[in-house]
Ligand binder design. Structure first.
Ligand code: MN
Length: 745
């Protein structure tokens, strides 16, 4: 609870003071009997709201008085509107009925207040309204456009006094204001009202940015004012020299419009050049305003060079909302573009206050002027060709270049970035809705998930419990939220599939009599060139690796058999070992007696002369030579120690041994040519195969070559590393041919 000190007498005199200020504002339009009418309305409003207070603690009556003040002063409305503004909340919030109003104020006032009450019902209550309803409502109420204008005044005052609202309400009110009220004000030509609504919305929706720009504007204020006075000095002088009466001023642009520009052009505050516009307001007779405007244009462009692309003549053909003005952009003395707006006093008032100001200038009774205006607004609102959504689309008037507003089926408003799809919208509603989304209805028509939403679309999401996020979804969502959710659920999904794959692999290995252990799993991953064991399980589950592949791997004999050897095998082994050991030493010499003893170079590590090696007696293929750092070595030595033979190379240069090189680098023109040149010509080394991949400029190749020994290989690597573009060369430990075969599958 807040603590208020209420001084009733002081409040009473404050209320009267505000009332007198209001009367002064409408003095110019008052006719006989008007003052009494306003007084009657004022008394009724004061009395019926007497026990009500605003969130700020102030007497409620301050609000209707302020709304009436805005209607009179800032929109230029007359007595009927002021009466209605004073009474705009009484039917909705107090015991007063429409009948009571009709008794005292007649049919016209009653109809307007009825309209205002209805708008409050649909508009302010629970949800924002649906596009179609919004248009219908406006059409109904445009019977008397004053309903809309008073509603705008009401909204403006609520926005001005919003600091006491809870945060969530502030945001809801602001988003309605940005989407519906500000464009409506723009449409009706109420430019200053529109700017203020936008600035106030931004103040609450993006407080940090708002403060930042306000601060920046303030920092440069003196410099800017100096520039403006230098810029307009010569203009004023020549204008008066030619006998033109005019007001020349520099008008700062709104914080919101500066921010819009920064976003639209992607530039920092410092690069926004038009922080202000120069306005020349000519004071002249109606029949001279066009010619004098062009005279002023000629004076300005004699002084400063105009940008020919930036001349806008809304005097010869005014905008639909009544806006008349001449705009040009000229090069200022410091080499910066300056916008200059030229208009008469009458045009200026229309620009600031819209059509309401317009009819003040029309002759005859003010009512017929108002009728004309009402007709004009009805035309704007009731184009039979346009459907409700076109209407709203029109509304945006380039205001929202990088965001779109989408309606839920219930009429709630959601803000999304431009290019957002139906799927983005689904994720915006809830991540579960996104994940289960199978399609959408946009404006009641079925569309795919990838459908790009348009401003004002009404979207209904269709879900299925069977749906799960798909990889290709990532190609058409644009919001960070949707992307993150899809990625994380794909990961979860993959983990689940991998878990299944793990079980499948366990069964398959069992049937192939291969032990399921970390070591073998790592070897398998390595063999299939996969990043992780999870990828291995995933590929198994997806059927990308099947029994046939596993058998091929077994055939390459990289996995140590699970079963101990049978006796007959054991005998073979023993005799082989004996055969070697009966020789002079117990060291197997590789390289000379190739025929004498049955041995092979193992394909898992491709030993070459110079490598540290050992022999391993196999069951059926005789002795196999492995490098001591072969990935299988530890396992072999620890489990089958009795089958290990010491081995060393004899010196020889005649034989060539197959080995592999993995080469990575930046893909440059002629890279492969340079590599093969060194290998074949400089080193006279035979190549067995070469496989090259290039992905987005990254070169990656594997080359199988025949070398004599490790020294030979090291020299070759050293030379290859000097090739421009090469970043890394490593020797292969594995059966390259098999790997290449796999990677193409
Ligand atoms: Mn109100």
């Amino acid at each position: 609870m807040k603590d208020y000190t209420i001084d009733i007498e002081q409040e009473k005199s404050e209320i009267l003071k505000r009332y007198r200020t209001l009367l002064r504002a409408c003095k110019s339009t008052l006719k006989k009997g008007d003052k009494g009418m306003i007084r009657l309305a004022f008394d009724m409003a004061v009395d019926s709201h007497k026990d009500m207070r605003r969130k700020s603690g102030e007497p409620y009556i301050y609000h209707p008085i302020a709304v009436a003040q805005i209607a009179a002063e800032e929109i230029g409305l007359g007595t009927t509107s002021i009466v209605c503004a004073l009474l705009h909340d009484v039917v909705e919030d107090t015991d007063i009925t429409l009948d009571d109003i009709e008794h005292k104020f007649g049919k016209k006032v009653t109809k307007i207040i009825d309209g205002l009450t209805k708008i409050s019902g649909v508009f302010d209550a629970n949800s924002s309204m649906q596009a179609e309803n919004f248009r219908k409502m406006l059409l109904t109420l445009a019977d008397d456009v004053r309903v809309i204008l008073i509603k705008l005044a009401d909204r403006l005052h609520n926005m001005r006094t919003m600091e006491f609202m809870p945060r969530d309400k502030q945001l809801k009110i602001c988003s309605e204001t940005v989407y519906l009220y500000a464009p409506l004000a723009h449409r009706l030509g109420l430019y200053s009202l529109k700017s203020e609504l936008e600035d106030l919305s931004m103040k609450y929706m993006e407080p940090e940015t708002y403060k930042f720009i306000a601060l920046k504007l303030n920092e440069k204020k003196a410099e800017r004012e100096h520039f403006i006075s230098e810029f307009i000095g010569p203009i004023t002088k020549i204008l008066s020299g030619q006998g033109l009466e005019a007001q020349v001023l520099g008008r700062p642009k709104s914080i919101h419009s500066i921010w819009t520009k920064m976003k639209k052009k992607g530039i920092p505050f410092e690069e926004v050049y038009d922080l202000f516009a120069i306005r020349i307001i000519l004071i002249c007779n109606a029949e001279l305003e066009k010619s004098e405007s062009w005279k002023a244009y000629s004076i300005v462009t004699d002084l400063y060079r105009p940008n020919p692309d930036r001349l806008r003549d809304w005097i010869s053909s005014p905008k639909a909302n009544g806006y008349e003005s001449l705009h040009t952009t000229v090069m200022g003395p410091k080499g910066q573009w300056v916008e200059v707006q030229i208009r008469s006093q009458r045009m200026n008032e229309i620009a600031e206050k819209g059509f309401a100001a317009h009819w003040k200038y029309k002759e005859s009774s003010s009512d017929s002027g108002l009728d004309q205006w009402v007709t004009k607004v009805r035309e704007l609102l009731s184009n039979p060709e346009a459907n409700a959504l076109d209407f709203l689309d029109d509304f945006k008037m380039n205001l929202f270049s990088d965001e779109i507003f989408i309606f839920t089926p219930k009429g709630d408003l959601m803000q999304l970035p431009i290019d957002a799809t139906a799927l983005d919208f689904a994720f915006e509603i809830h991540s579960d809705v996104g994940a289960k989304c199978i399609g959408a209805k946009v404006n009641h028509k079925l569309v795919p998930l990838s459908y790009k939403l348009q401003n004002g679309d009404q979207v209904e999401i269709i879900t299925s419990t069977k749906q799960t996020p798909k990889e290709d979804w990532l190609t058409y969502v644009v919001t960070a939220k949707a992307k993150a959710k899809i990625k994380s659920s794909l990961k979860d999904e993959k983990r689940k599939i991998a878990d299944d794959g793990k079980e499948i692999l366990e069964r398959k290995l069992k049937s192939l009599k291969i032990t399921y252990n970390t070591d073998n799993i790592l070897k398998l991953s390595y063999y299939f060139k996969l990043q992780s064991t999870q990828d291995l399980f995933y590929n198994v589950a997806k059927g990308l690796i099947d029994v046939k592949d596993l058998k091929e791997y077994v055939a390459s004999e990289k996995i140590v058999e699970q079963k101990p050897q049978q006796t007959t095998d054991n005998e073979n082994i023993q005799s082989l070992i004996k055969q070697v050991k009966t020789k002079d030493s117990d060291i197997l010499l590789i390289g000379e007696d190739l025929q004498k003893i049955d041995y092979k170079l193992s394909s898992c590590c491709n030993p070459i002369p110079g490598d540290d090696v050992f022999g391993f007696v196999t069951v059926s293929e005789g002795i196999k030579i492995h490098r001591t750092n072969c990935p299988n070595a530890t396992k072999l030595m620890s489990s089958f120690g009795y089958r290990i033979l010491k081995a060393k190379w004899t010196s020889q240069k005649q034989l060539a041994f197959l080995t592999g090189l993995q080469i990575t680098g930046i893909d440059e023109v002629g890279l492969i040519n340079n590599l093969t040149q060194i290998i074949s010509n400089d080193f006279k080394v035979n190549m067995r195969s070469i496989t090259v991949d290039s992905d987005e400029g990254i070169f990656s190749g594997s080359i199988m070559i025949y070398v004599n020994d490790t020294q030979h290989l090291e020299d070759l690597i050293a030379k290859l590393k000097q090739v421009k573009g090469i970043t890394d060369i490593t020797r292969f430990d594995s059966d390259t041919e098999k790997i290449n075969f796999k990677s193409t599958g």
